[in-house]
Design a protein around this ligand. Structure first.
Ligand SMILES: Cc1cc2nc3c(=O)[nH]c(=O)nc-3n(C[C@H](O)[C@H](O)[C@H](O)COP(=O)(O)OP(=O)(O)OC[C@H]3O[C@@H](n4cnc5c(N)ncnc54)[C@H](O)[C@@H]3O)c2cc1C
Length: 313
């Protein structure tokens, strides 16, 4: 079928690849491309964070985990490595549903938890280096015969195609007049120092992370709702560093090499659903908040399933 994907972020390109692999013809239309997207700012660890509904995101997350791990093994240029991490919590909580779907998960012993936290778990998950992963996704789309064009879409009715897959991220706020889409601002710091294992406290109120990539470690974070500012803030830098030092006392500030900021495309729930039009079908796939990478392949597979179901009827 003739498909147009709107958006060249991690959501749009994952969908484009799945559609091409299934034999569809695909054009990707996007206002902007990597390295100028929110997707380029992702830290990025596989971890369902700031995203709902849990019963769906756990499934999409599990499917994505398997695919990212596979890509890490067979596609060295994709920039994916498997690393261990420890999540520290300030209260005892239910264990996450996804623990059964990953390669390693165990509850921490009391002597493994730093002062100030009371509970936690160790897990293994993919770390995705977006500076490698985004170019790899673009290249894979082209290799499979996808056409990529720069174009801003003002109205979905401008596009003539049997299938439109709308992966416009925060752009959906205007494109679909969907005021539920809101930014959750995230500032991060890059440091040339390896913590050995990642250390996390990924509750929205206390959000702390040290994500070990091969070239550096990404420190975060902030989760400022409805904040559109892309300016770096000194106060946020200090806030992030002091939180990270609490979980990683050896952190050496002299090894900081950069920082960045991005706006997570947040929504009360991911919008992944079909809308029938006179000309065909629109599948919306946006609002992945702080987990767009974590859910990318699961959502792309769901888009494909919806197309199969809708076009068979
Ligand atoms: C600091 C930070 C850290 C993060 N860390 C993680 C992490 O560790 N793990 C994780 O899973 N996620 C993380 N995220 C979240 C992740 O980055 C996002 O969920 C994800 O990138 C969203 O991808 P997307 O493809 O939906 O949107 P985008 O990357 O924003 O892409 C949207 C695309 O749509 C295009 N577009 C929009 N409107 C239009 C229009 N009208 N016409 C044409 N094109 C249009 C844009 O130009 C762009 O190409 C983080 C985010 C931030 C900011």
């Amino acid at each position: 079928m003739d498909c147009v994907v709107i958006g060249a972020g991690v959501s749009g390109l994952s969908c484009a690849i799945r559609l091409l692999e299934a034999g569809h013809s695909v054009r990707v239309l996007a206002r902007e491309f990597s390295p100028h997207l929110v997707s380029d700012q992702a830290a990025a660890i596989w971890y369902p964070f700031l995203v709902h509904p849990v019963e769906k995101t756990d499934r999409w997350g599990a499917e994505t985990y398997t695919e990212l791990m596979r890509l890490g093994e067979v596609e060295p240029n994709s920039g994916i490595t498997m690393r261990f991490g420890r999540e520290y919590l300030r209260e005892q909580v239910e264990l996450p549903g996804w623990r059964e779907d990953i390669t390693h998960f165990r509850v921490l012993q009391a002597n493994e938890i730093p002062n100030g936290w009371v509970f936690g778990w160790e897990f293994q998950s993919p770390i995705i280096e977006m500076q490698h992963y985004m170019p790899w996704l673009l290249q894979r789309t082209r290799e499979l015969g996808g056409i990529i064009e720069q174009k801003e879409i003002k109205d979905l009715s401008e596009i003539s195609a049997e299938i439109i897959v709308n992966c416009s991220g925060i752009g959906a706020r205007e494109l679909c007049s969907d005021m539920e889409v809101k930014p959750v601002r995230g500032q991060i710091i890059y440091i040339e120092q390896d913590p050995g294992f990642g250390r996390y406290d990924q509750q929205p109120e206390t959000l702390t992370y040290t994500i070990p990539r091969r070239d550096c470690t990404v420190l975060g974070g902030t989760a400022q709702s409805d904040d559109w500012s892309l300016e770096l803030r000194d106060s946020d830098r200090e806030y992030i560093l002091s939180k990270c030092e609490a979980v990683w006392p050896e952190l050496d500030r002299s090894k900081i090499i950069g920082e960045s900021v991005g706006l997570r495309p947040s929504r009360s729930e991911v919008r992944l659903e079909a809308q029938k039009t006179i000309d065909g079908l629109i599948i919306h796939n946006y609002g992945h908040g702080g987990a767009g990478v974590t859910l990318s392949w699961g959502c792309a597979d769901e888009v494909l399933r919806i197309i199969q179901e809708e076009t068979e009827n």
